[in-house]
Design a binder for this molecule. Sequence first.
Ligand code: ACM
Ligand code: ZN
Length: 737
Amino acid sequence: MTSVKPYFLIIAIAGLFLSFRSEAGVTEKMPCLIPVPQDLKMGEGCFRFSQSTNIRGSRSYPVLYLQEKLNASGLATDPSGQAEEIVFSISPKNGLPEEGYRLEIGEKRIMIESSDNAGAFYAVQTLLQLMPPRIYSGGADIEEWTVPCLEINDYPRFSYRGMMLDVSRTFYDASYIKKHIEWLAYHKINRFHWHLADDNGWRIEIRKHPELTEKGAWRGPDEVIEPSFGSGNKRYGGYYTQKEIREIVRLAAERNIEIIPEIDLPGHSRAIAAVFPEILCPVEGGASVQGETKNVWCVSREENYRLIEDIIKEIASMFPSEYIHLGGDEVALASWKECPSCQKLMKECGYTDENQLLFHFVRRVKGIVEKYGKKLAGWDEIMEDSSIGKDATVYAWRSVGTAEKSVRSGYRTVMQVAEYCYVDMKQSPLERGHNWAGIVTLEKLYSFDPLDKFNFTDEEKENVAGIQGGFWSELGNRPYRFVEYQNYPRTAAIAEIGWSSPESRDYPDFYRRLVTSHYDRMYHQGIAFRLPYPDVKYFEKENAVKVRLPYPSAVVRYTVDGSEPDSDSPVCMSAIVTDSPRKFRFATFFNNDLKSISVGASNIKLFDTLAVCSDVITNMGEHTRFPLSNLKDGNAATYFRSDRKAVPGDYIEYRFGTPLSCSEIIVETGIPDITLYGVTDGYVEYSYNGIDYVKGDTFVDGVAVIRPDQQVKSVRINITGKSDGPVLAVQDLKIVF
Ligand code: ACM
Ligand code: ZN
């Protein structure tokens, strides 16, 4: 067991190293603020809140907000109090930068100065971060509420610090959106980009066209939109009424958050097209990159612009934002290639390729947006044509290259580059999430700089509005509160990139502040954030499983039987001696409520081998790039994709020339490592003689396990309900001997 110690020692030393790594040598005393302020000087002593802390200042929202927060925690405030006081001075005369503030904490007085409400609000956020984390959850039993004496002069690096949320693929109701906005405000994020309409649901009430939400907000077996993305064979959906939208806009304004609404046009429009099929070109074109058909507006149909105007008119009245985002991304141009009237329009306008129809469309909708006093924003596809006009804002998403091009072309650009800023991407290879833009670890995201990467001229730098993270919600259905898991703590990294000076950017220090204080804050803010899992390895020579903690104070619990560790599982205190490590599962626990995903030893496979099939058969057609033969190639990364949705009666059968002797067969469906497009409703069967079948498990989250007690000759997947993906994906069988 002595061999354990070095492994744990490494952690302890690393932890120690992190907490003392400040050049000034005072890091360990500094408050762990996120985002880190521009300038902070520690003083001596502390300010102590009492039951009669006097708050002085106008009845502006930052003042009322602080009062509410203190009162919710049982701290009375007394305007006539004589003891200690918090004084707000909010006036342009203070000459502080926009959204900037000065926070001076003395033993008897906290002074907050700013030129605008936003600055005072952010001073309050900083003050809350200096208080015990229970300030966020209304903790009433803490006797001593103190904050250290200090002086902070702070202001944001970028005026645009945003997060985008897709509410079409997964619907988050109005009360959830309010929480989401509170969480953004805690991080000094000042823009919420609300992706309100896409292929899989229309989420905003338009009074002139109630069908949009009566029908277009719902998917299900009897709805105009088919089930997708895990919503299953049941009615699923929802939308925001205009009343709810106005409430949310009002709340956001009192959190210094501007909401930029997005209706994605002219692609990504299957939800509205399912309600109003006449908006499509009369001849069906090809599918979008997401495999969606019937999702592109016809450019040449004049009535379409009247419908768009009806929608924009109401949206403009609901949102005070200067901008309306109208998408423009990923349009399947094939629809326009097949459409006689779009082709006629091309000829009339002298266009030589269908992309010009996209710009034609964008120019038209830009005119409508401007008619209602707004400016146009769109994804970076819209910048490819200078006719759009440089007063449009471009959201650069496709690559670092398109971001650079947008800025150099003179567009006001929001940096939401997918490979850094898409928080729907996986956070590690083991976790659920997309990976088409790569794995976006916290450290990778934190390394992104909207300016330094590019060598922009001073003039070009002016075009960089700021940074935004984005969450597309295709995988939002599970596990529970996955949206928070994906957004936090990555939103904290976005916040620091957007706010703090690039000179202060230091990942080990950010991670130290995160694990030392910010986890506690997020927990009390009510965020089910991602916790890193432990690094576990099996050392064969010593027959021992050893655990490296993800941060010094982490608690790791484990099970030995393959089950999920829970708060009653033993805490891992040292190496575990065993010669059968496969069934061990480990997870980091923040407390009884919140834990990481569970992992086994990273150098031990969870199965012994892939099954070698002599044959695989199905009644479904195969996708040309993902043929059935992929299930026989002994490569776990390749898989079969059907050429259509799976429906009841569909099957896939694996046959073995040599019968399989094993204890378990793991039948996994969905794209490997993404678990998208798996079996929605179905079960497995297996046969010992190739003729008679034994019914096995039904699929749960696309996975079923067979535990045979004889040699198996064949395994069959039977579909009992429509798949909720546009295709079915099925993987190689995995065998445990
Ligand atoms: C996008 O990810 N299609 C903007
Ligand atoms: Zn057309």
